[in-house]
Design a protein around this ligand. Structure first.
Ligand code: C2E
Ligand code: MG
Ligand code: MG
Ligand code: MG
Length: 276
């Protein structure tokens, strides 16, 4: 009797795994086609100085213009893209496209702020990562100090020594490095000590309750002070309301990114708003 159970559950799991695998292969195949059919697009979210309202940067965010499902955010496909490794191809496309677009905005509209590009784990692990960055700069003609690469703490964990070396090589090109989602990883302070970064992005999770939660206020204020002492720029992500903005300003943070100012915008909308 017990044996039969085991057999059945084995069969059940096997079927589940098979279905999951098929689904994954399907999505992988779709992603490959999407790349080939040029269905990926970048959206651009402004980063703003809270005091003056001036644009201080732009983050490029990936979207999939799916022929039947519409505009898909990365949450639905980035994980599979990472697992299958196809994120590398997509990611190098993102890097080149973001550099090309920023160079164009500089030339046609005198927009003179850096563009931030998210790197994936698999891209960072890629032995050619530094070459890819140099290549994107060369192809686009974008000045290195107009490019910022966003990495996360979890990407650094696998091999800290290599991570520091790669980041130093990227910085040596003149490119900036931002630590994204700061505060959500495991050893924020040791990374802060060891990594050659020039910007910290305080994660949205510290902002959501900041108006009422004194702990969030204290943490954000402390991170801002720490960043200043380390000569690292700091930006807060995910400001949605005026009250959150006030609370962030009280923490002496000026640079912000969030729906309060703007959602990520399609290229044409960004052009209309910031270059017209
Ligand atoms: P992220 O790099 O932390 O990007 C910020 C995310 O927060 C974006 O979501 C943005 O639309 C969203 N956001 C900005 N302001 C607000 C706000 O006020 N409220 C709320 N609720 N959300 C806000 P998005 O575009 O869906 O991207 C999600 C994540 O996907 C990104 O988080 C990043 O980790 C990843 N991602 C996006 N584009 C790329 C890419 O080109 N390559 C790689 N590897 N990852 C990417
Ligand atoms: Mg980011
Ligand atoms: Mg983030
Ligand atoms: Mg993130």
């Amino acid at each position: 009797e017990a044996k039969k159970d085991t057999k059945e559950s084995y069969f059940f799991y096997n079927t589940m795994l098979h279905q999951q695998l098929m689904k994954k292969i399907c999505i992988e195949d779709e992603l490959q086609k999407a790349l080939y059919k040029q269905q990926f697009v970048l959206y651009y979210q402004p980063q703003v100085d809270a005091g003056s309202g001036a644009l201080v940067g732009v983050e490029a965010l990936l979207r999939w213009e799916h022929p039947s499902h519409g505009i898909l955010p990365p949450s639905g496909f980035i994980a599979v893209a990472e697992e299958t490794g196809i994120i590398r191809e997509i990611g190098w496309w993102v890097l080149n496209e973001a550099c090309r677009q920023m160079k164009k905005w500089q030339e046609t509209g005198a927009l003179n702020v850096p563009i931030s590009v998210n790197l994936s784990f698999n891209q960072f692990r890629d032995e050619t990562v530094v070459k890819q960055v140099a290549h994107a700069l060369k192809m686009s003609g974008l000045a290195p100090n107009r490019l910022n690469l966003e990495i996360t703490e979890s990407m650094m964990a696998e091999d800290l020594e290599r991570s520091v070396r790669i980041l130093n090589e990227i910085r040596a090109l003149g490119v900036g490095v931002s630590l994204d989602d700061f505060g959500t990883g495991y050893s924020s302070l040791s990374y802060l000590k060891n990594l050659p970064i020039n910007q910290l992005k305080i994660d949205r999770s510290f902002v959501i309750d900041i108006v009422r939660n004194h702990r969030d206020q204290a943490i954000v204020a402390a991170i801002v002070t720490l960043a200043k002492q380390l000569w690292v720029d700091v930006i807060v992500e995910g400001i949605e309301t005026e009250e959150q903005l006030r609370a962030i300003e009280a923490c002496r943070c000026r640079a912000i990114q969030g729906y309060y100012y703007s959602q990520p915008l399609a290229e044409s909308d960004f052009t209309e708003k910031y270059l017209a």
